[in-house]
Design a protein around this ligand. Structure first.
Ligand code: ATP
Ligand code: MG
Length: 164
């Protein structure tokens, strides 16, 4: 995996980053979103979904529903594990949809149940920096070189990179 850290990400930068990731999935179906409350996981999902014809106002936090499904150019499963006590509940609600090879799964708080999400994906950790800025750590499988290059080139200024 290549770990890219992108510093001082504004809302506008986050929107660009979401667009770049949405356009360069290259077959990866899972995006793991972690970071404290209010760091922007759901905001990322809104920006991501725009790229598949889904209106931002149709995207809402699935904190209580566990899964929201949005469907336009792609079917997107928006999952939030924060309030989930029992992972079986998720599999019950998903009714086998994890087998949807065409679907995209965005999972907030995946780090609560790490052992259940073993398929390789793109991991994003958001860290609160100031009221309107976040630091992002994005882990991308090395095979997805195109995404790595696009993120390297993205408008946002200060970045660092590590191979892990
Ligand atoms: N640079 C930024 N990146 C992301 N969010 C930002 C930024 N600046 C301000 N915000 C604001 O921070 C809030 C982030 O809320 P959001 O619901 O997306 O967080 P979350 O990580 O999904 O929280 P939760 O863990 O409760 O689900 C939004 O109101 C958003 O507008
Ligand atoms: Mg959220």
């Amino acid at each position: 995996m290549i770990e890219l850290e992108i510093y001082d990400v504004s809302l506008e930068n986050l929107r660009d980053i979401a667009r770049i990731i949405a356009n360069n999935l290259n077959g990866y179906r899972f995006i793991f979103l972690n970071g404290n409350l209010g760091t922007g996981k759901t905001t990322f999902v809104k920006y991501f979904c725009e790229n598949f014809g889904i209106k931002p106002e149709d995207v809402s936090s699935p904190t209580f529903t566990v899964v929201n499904v949005y469907s336009d150019l792609k079917t997107i499963y928006h999952i939030d594990l924060y309030r989930l006590n029992d992972i079986e509940e998720l599999f019950y609600v998903l009714e086998g949809q994890l087998e949807d090879e065409e679907g995209i799964f965005l999972i907030e708080w995946s780090n609560i149940f790490p052992e259940y999400f073993t398929e390789k994906g793109i991991e994003i950790e958001l860290k609160h920096k100031s009221n309107d800025k976040r630091d992002l750590i994005i882990k991308v499988p090395e095979e997805n070189q195109k995404l790595i290059n696009e993120l390297r080139r993205c408008k946002n200024g200060r970045k660092s990179e590590t191979k892990i």
